[in-house]
Design a protein around this ligand. Structure first.
Ligand code: CMP
Length: 139
C-alpha cells in the first residue's frame, strides 16, 4: 500500500516536470487535491468564453487548444486552463481532446490554496500563462 503510494508520487514527478520543484509532502497533498477526469476524442474539455473554475494536467492522451489563429497541441506533462484561474476572467480558447485522455483536475479553491503555499510553482504557472498570452497576441 505504502509502496503503491510512493510509486504514484514518483510517477507524478516523472510525468509533470514542474512538480520536481516541490517536496514529497507537497506531492502527497497534491495527490489528494487532484480529481481524475477522462475524455474521448472530439470531446470539448474547455469552451472559450465560459467562466473557468479548474485547471487540467494531462496524464495521457493529447488535446488541441483552438485559437483564432490556429491550433496548439498539448501532450502528457502539459497543463491548461490556468489562465482563467489566474485572471479571474473567461476561458481564452476551446480545448478539444484529440485522443482518449486522462487528466488530473485541480479546482480553483485548491489551486489557490496550493499555489499560495508553493509560490515557486505559482511563478512557473504564471510565466507559462504569460508566454501563451504573448504568443496569442502575436499570432
Ligand atoms: P484558459 O483560458 O483558462 O482556457 C483555455 C486554455 O488554453 C488556457 O487557459 C491555456 O491553458 C490554453 N492556451 C491558451 N493559449 C495557448 C497557447 N498559445 N498555447 C498553449 N495553450 C494555450
Amino acid at each position: 500500500r505504502a509502496r503503491q503510494h510512493y510509486l504514484r508520487i514518483q510517477q507524478l514527478v516523472e510525468t509533470f516536470p514542474l512538480f520536481s520543484e516541490v517536496g514529497e509532502d507537497a506531492l502527497e497533498e497534491l495527490l489528494l487535491l487532484f480529481n481524475p477526469k477522462l475524455a474521448s476524442p472530439g470531446e470539448r474539455v474547455i469552451r472559450r468564453g465560459d467562466r473557468g473554475d479548474s485547471m487540467y494536467f494531462i496524464s495521457s492522451g493529447a488535446v488541441e487548444v483552438r485559437l483564432a489563429s490556429g491550433a496548439v497541441r498539448l501532450e502528457p506533462g502539459a497543463f491548461f486552463g490556468e489562465m482563467a484561474l489566474l485572471s479571474g476572467g473567461r476561458r481564452t480558447a476551446d480545448v478539444i481532446a484529440v485522443d482518449f485522455c486522462q487528466f488530473e483536475v485541480l479546482e480553483r479553491r485548491d489551486f489557490n490554496m496550493f499555489m499560495s503555499r508553493h509560490p515557486n510553482l505559482r511563478t512557473i504557472v504564471s510565466e507559462m500563462a504569460q508566454k501563451r498570452t504573448e504568443m496569442n497576441v502575436m499570432r
